[in-house]
Design a protein around this ligand. Sequence first.
Ligand code: ZN
Length: 405
Amino acid sequence: MHCRNCNNKLKDIFLDLGKCPPSNSLIRNNSEKKKERAFELITYICKKCWLVQTKDVVNKKIFFNNHYPYFSSTSSSWVEHAEKYVNKICRKLKINKKKLVVEIASNDGYLLQFFKEKNIPCLGIEPSMNTSRLAKKKGIKSIDEFFSYSLAKKIKNKADLIIGNNVYAHVPNLNDFTKGIKTLLKKNGTITLEFPHLLNLIRFSQFDTIYHEHFSYFSLLTVKNIFKKYKLKVFHVEKLNTHGGSLRVYGCHANDVRSEKSSVKKIIEEEKQFGLNKINTLKKFELNVLKIKKQIEKFISSAKEQGKTVHAYGAAAKGSTILNYLKMTNKDIHYVYDAAKSKMNKMLPGSHIKILPPSEIKKRKPDYIIIFPWNIKSEIIKNFKFVKKWGGKFVTFIPKTKVQN
Ligand SMILES: [Zn+2]
């Protein structure tokens, strides 16, 4: 296996999570249960460019098919984040009706809808037709394909703004994708990419953000390196609270008049100080994950001893990683609740825990509800504060097992 960015031969393991099925492939019935396949979930470190990446296992089509059930609009805090971004970027870059905005992985139009409201021309690129269909209903033009260099060449109008929120990490061919962005970007145009920051993944032991569909784990050091290769430059960067701590990188053509702001140097310094360019820092991560594993096992077994019911909230990738790594089943966590209609009555991959609508919480009155998407913890606790009535409590596992008050 070679590095997705610099082609260096990879030998150093970052984390080995064992065998896991694709995290978003929900199981619909017994025959699918029998056919289910699991694949090694191992991440490597590149000692040359410091990219952390999953081992190649399968064709990406297995991961992003038409059953792919993730609708960005399900999370109200994520939609709010998108709206704030649109208002800010329009002000900052003076985006008006004469400009073209392209979003890669535009999902159900959760973000582009706010450009549309302002009558700003926009185009979405989204291979999952289940989600892009909803964007089109909102009147947002969408191309149902994976973004690539060859697709970028076909798009006639160049983009004034290219947006990629949580897509860069999901790209199997990083070089082709970056070359595509370079090709699609108009002279003086701007790119903004958001991705979870590797620094936070390590600092807060967020190992559950590792799953097959998530190919790369970036530091700014690495992104700067990739951009440079394609004559792009990072001129500004912001820290975001989303997904446990992300970076929003602002890029432009290397020959753009905009010069690098101090924010770039500052975060690079922070990464170097933390040791993101040192193999020992990266290797220590696995020990922290083992500690968390032990805490979770202890929590589940003591809940069982006390005869407590343990359910969970959020039938998404984060939960799948934890459940599969710990080899948990519906004997450990009985049900998982989720608001997405597309997931109803299906089962989580691997653990085969059944997914129920949130309306079932009141009927089943669980003692504990594990929150898998800890990044939207406050939203969930607020929405379901009625669990207090029967003494129900919320629990999070990352960065350590914690019963929420
Ligand atoms: Zn590399």
